[in-house]
Design a protein around this ligand. Structure first.
Ligand code: ATP
Ligand code: MG
Length: 251
């Protein structure tokens, strides 16, 4: 798929005004492989849920179901209009970084100049100033990831499905992006499903951490994170929660 921020979920019928996500006993198979089985997970409007689980357990499959890019073989998936940031960035190689970021606005019919003007301030906030005209091939992996992230935000959907959004970033920029995302969600709440392999990132950002089993993935633990923001990774309550999530992941 060349461009995935405008997903079929936007066109699929959903309850009017729905901004949340409900996955009820969903199963998705690919031939002989069952990716997720009887998976249930709900996300309330404005809630941030992090999904962690072993490699190949069906995390990306779950996001594709929520965004309506695939349908469950069994069970129910309902969600408000959703934008997906896929695990691979899928930027248009021939378009500039700024035009890639502004693409969802162009798709909605905004003029090139207005789309660029709207995207530019956040582009700079994400540390991309000076790279507006660069092609994706001229950007580092971390920069491409930030452009893809911005493109997902600018799709303006109430539900964000983020698949390892900060995986290619070094530790410092990762912490910066986490802070930036937490601030942005504080200013303009969205319903977020965040897939990450980093349990610490999950506890920094989420209201709740859902832990998946090895494939076929299903939710084996849900840990609420009742910590005030901004969160300190050295705080005792934070460390205790991170340990509990790691335990659930290991068992
Ligand atoms: N389109 C597809 N066709 C065939 N098999 C698929 C497809 N999508 C996913 N799978 C299989 O389903 C299983 C779950 O894949 P998925 O990508 O959802 O896992 P994941 O948890 O996101 O993995 P990772 O941690 O590596 O990102 C894997 O065995 C994968 O090979
Ligand atoms: Mg994946």
């Amino acid at each position: 798929m060349p461009f995935q921020t405008e997903t079929p979920a936007a066109r699929r019928p959903h309850p009017p005004g729905a901004r949340g996500v409900r996955v009820e006993s969903a199963t998705r198979r690919f031939g002989d492989v069952t990716a997720v089985e009887a998976l249930s997970l709900s996300v309330a409007p404005g809630e941030v849920v992090a999904v962690v689980g072993p490699s190949g357990c069906g995390k990306s499959t779950l996001l594709e179901l929520v965004c309506g890019l695939s349908e469950p073989d069994d069970g129910v998936v309902e969600a408000g209009p959703a934008a997906l940031m896929p695990q691979r960035d899928l930027l248009l190689p021939w378009a500039s970084a700024l035009d890639n970021a502004a693409l969802p606005l162009r798709v909605r019919g905004v003029s090139k100049a207005d789309a660029r003007a709207a995207a530019a301030p956040v582009f700079a906030e994400l540390g991309l100033a000076g790279f507006e005209g660069a092609r994706p091939s001229e950007l580092s992996g971390g920069m491409r990831q930030r452009v893809a992230f911005l493109r997902t935000l600018l799709a303006g959907k109430p539900v964000l499905c983020l698949d390892e959004p900060f995986a290619a970033l070094d530790a410092l920029s990762r912490a910066d992006m986490q802070r930036w995302l937490a601030d942005a969600l504080g200013r303009e709440p969205r319903t977020v499903l965040l897939v990450t392999h980093d349990v610490e990132e999950a506890v920094v950002l989420a209201d709740r951490v859902a832990v998946l089993s090895p494939r076929p993935g299903r939710v084996v633990a849900e840990l609420p994170v009742p910590l005030p923001r901004p969160r300190s990774v050295t705080d005792r309550a934070f460390v205790a929660l991170r340990e509990r999530a790691l335990e659930a992941l290991g068992s």
